[in-house]
Every structure is written in structure tokens, then in C-alpha cells.
Design a protein around this ligand. Structure first.
Ligand SMILES: Cc1cc2nc3c(=O)[nH]c(=O)nc-3n(C[C@H](O)[C@H](O)[C@H](O)COP(=O)(O)OP(=O)(O)OC[C@H]3O[C@@H](n4cnc5c(N)ncnc54)[C@H](O)[C@@H]3O)c2cc1C
Ligand code: SF4
Length: 283
């Protein structure tokens, strides 16, 4: 890792992947820092014991499992949240359903003005669709699950629809230049695709960012950011070593894309520095 970059991107999920790809395409020297591991196609858990080894639980003072475990459960007082931990973030373990939000979503006054009335949102969706390529499985009506949904939805007088999913249903070379085999319909999308057919951030935006010069580092957690004159100092610790030596990297711009629980709200492991993080997020 160099001592300084134009941009440091914290986290490598959708927010981080898109930022890294766009900013490196725009000629910025980009460094991506991800707390989790890179999980190559074929190395996702396929059986229950492997799955257990990838589990981490975080709740108040309670924690168990490796800090680089792929499935990161945050236990709250009344709500529990599952987030992905790895190069590609939540995209590694999500269902990949990619729908544009209903207009009512942005009508909610909870959104800041800049988000609710962002005129570039439509363009953003178009560009994301080009990279992530959501598509509906043409033979969905032949699937057992679809037929079960047909029975269930008949009660409402409706037919089910096949949701658009970010899956390659045919062998392809994707827009980031990565070869992807066709989906085998194994149904393991939420434990991690071992075929390589799911169009995750690790298959799309991150290789694109790398091809445009971004440097990507895994198993490093950002502990806090510090304002220093016109630039930022990003403090880093090894994710899974208790006494790993801290280090830092400087950048003119920092993108906080460590997921909602970390970027937007004080939450371990960034809790001690939340005011700085919030200041950075507002900048
Ligand atoms: C099981 C499941 C199914 C889902 N299904 C769908 C679906 O079908 N359709 C849909 O639209 N959405 C779905 N989602 C939600 C979707 O995946 C998330 O909304 C999305 O991943 C959020 O993107 P993000 O970039 O904000 O955060 P994330 O994807 O969570 O990325 C944040 C990244 O930051 C890293 N990070 C966190 N803290 C630090 C730190 N201190 N230092 C460095 N790195 C850090 C994390 O490891 C992670 O890689 C699903 C989610 C789950 C868990
Ligand atoms: S091959 Fe399996 S895990 Fe991969 S996208 Fe298709 S159904 Fe999901």
C-alpha cells in the first residue's frame, strides 16, 4: 500500500465497488480497503460445517467467530441484521434480486433532499443495470418453487412474476471482462455462488476498478478517519489479529461505504471514532 492516494474507499460492497470503478475510470488513484477475505469462486461454504466456520456473531459485548467470517450477524435488542463480510460485501451472500424501487420509497420524508431528488438516480440505475445485468429466468414457470407460488398467489387472484436477478443464465464474458459460466440453478446464491454465475460486485465492479488502476487490499479494517489539513488520514488495523500493528494511509477523498451499520451509525469496529466518521460522511 502506498502512503497516499487520491481516494480511499472503505468497504467493497455495492457502494464501494461502484465508487472504486467510477473513480478509477475518472483517473483517480484509488485504494480500496476491505475488512473481509477474498473468497474465490469454488471456496464458498457448500456444507453445514463449513458454513458454521464462516459465521460471526456480534451483539453488544458478545462476539464469536472469526472477524473475517463471511456471514456477519449483528444481534440487536429487537432487530438482528445479517451482513456480508468479504471482498464484494453483501453481494456475495444476497439473493441478487435487482428491482428499481417503487416511487413511494423516495417519497418518504426520511430521505435527505439530495437523495430523494437526485436527478442522476435514473442514470445511476441504467449504469448499474449495464454492469450487473439483471435478467428474469425464462424457464421460471417450470420451477417447482414458481409453481408453488402460483398456487399461493391464486388466493390473491394474481400470477407470480419471475424477479429480475443479477445472474448469468448463459456462459458469458461480462462487461468487466470476467468469464462467467451459466447458472446451474443450484439455489446456493445466499451462501455464495460456487459456479461463478452470480454477477456479484467481486465479479463486476471490483475487477473493473482493478483494470482501471485501483489497488485493493483485504483483511484490513478501518478503525477511524482523521482530518489533517486538506486531506484525511485513514487508520487501519489487521482484521483478524488482536495485536496487529496499526497503520494509516492518506487521501484527499474518503468514501465511507462500509455498509449502513458502520458508515451511517456508530457501530463496532468504528464506534470510537463515530463523530469523525459522520463528519467525513457529510463532507
Ligand atoms: C441474505 C441477504 C439477501 C439479500 N438479498 C437482496 C436482494 O435480493 N436484493 C437486494 O437488492 N438486496 C438484497 N440484500 C441487501 C443487499 O445485499 C445490501 O443492501 C447491500 O449489500 C448493501 O451494500 P453496501 O455497499 O451498502 O454494503 P455492503 O455490501 O454490506 O458492503 C460493506 C462492506 O464494507 C466492509 N466493511 C465493514 N466495516 C469495515 C471496516 N471497518 N473497514 C473496512 N471494511 C469494512 C464489509 O465487510 C463489506 O464488504 C440482501 C442481503 C442479505 C444479507
Ligand atoms: S449457480 Fe447456483 S448459486 Fe450461482 S447464481 Fe445460479 S443458483 Fe445462484
Amino acid at each position: 500500500m502506498k502512503p497516499a492516494y487520491d481516494v480511499v474507499v472503505v468497504g467493497s460492497g455495492y457502494g464501494g465497488g461502484v465508487s472504486a470503478s467510477r473513480l478509477s475510470r475518472a483517473g483517480q488513484r484509488v485504494c480500496v480497503i476491505e475488512r473481509g477475505r477474498e473468497v474465490p469462486t469454488g471456496a464458498f461454504p457448500g456444507r453445514l460445517p463449513e458454513l458454521r466456520r464462516e459465521l460471526q456473531l456480534n451483539g453488544g459485548k458478545m462476539r464469536s467467530g472469526a472477524r473475517t467470517g463471511l456471514y456477519d450477524f449483528r444481534l440487536g435488542a429487537d432487530i438482528h441484521v445479517l451482513v456480508g463480510c468479504g471482498l464484494g460485501g453483501g453481494s456475495l451472500i444476497n439473493a441478487g434480486v435487482a428491482l428499481r424501487p417503487d416511487a413511494r420509497v423516495f417519497a418518504d420524508r426520511a430521505w435527505p433532499e439530495e437523495v430523494a431528488n437526485d436527478e442522476l438516480l435514473g442514470l445511476g440505475f441504467e449504469r448499474a443495470e449495464i454492469m450487473l445485468r439483471p435478467s428474469r429466468y425464462a424457464k421460471a414457470p417450470e420451477l417447482t418453487k414458481y409453481r408453488a407460488l402460483e398456487t399461493a398467489s391464486a388466493a390473491f387472484g394474481q400470477d407470480p412474476v419471475a424477479a429480475p436477478v443479477v445472474v448469468s443464465f448463459e456462459d458469458t464474458v461480462n462487461p468487466a471482462g470476467v468469464t462467467q459460466p451459466a447458472c446451474t440453478l443450484c439455489g446456493d446464491c445466499c451462501s455464495g455462488c460456487n459456479v461463478g454465475a452470480k454477477n456479484t460486485v467481486a465479479m463486476t465492479y471490483l475487477p473493473d476498478a482493478k483494470a482501471h488502476g485501483a489497488e485493493i487490499f483485504t483483511e484490513l479494517s478501518v478503525s477511524h478517519v482523521e482530518k489533517r489539513g486538506q486531506s484525511w488520514r485513514v487508520h487501519i488495523v489487521p482484521t483478524d489479529e488482536k495485536d496487529g500493528a496499526p497503520r494509516y494511509v492518506d487521501a484527499k477523498t474518503v468514501v465511507l461505504s462500509a455498509g449502513t451499520l458502520v458508515s451511517a451509525k456508530a457501530s463496532p469496529p468504528m464506534a470510537t471514532s463515530s463523530p469523525l466518521l459522520l463528519a467525513a460522511a457529510r463532507r
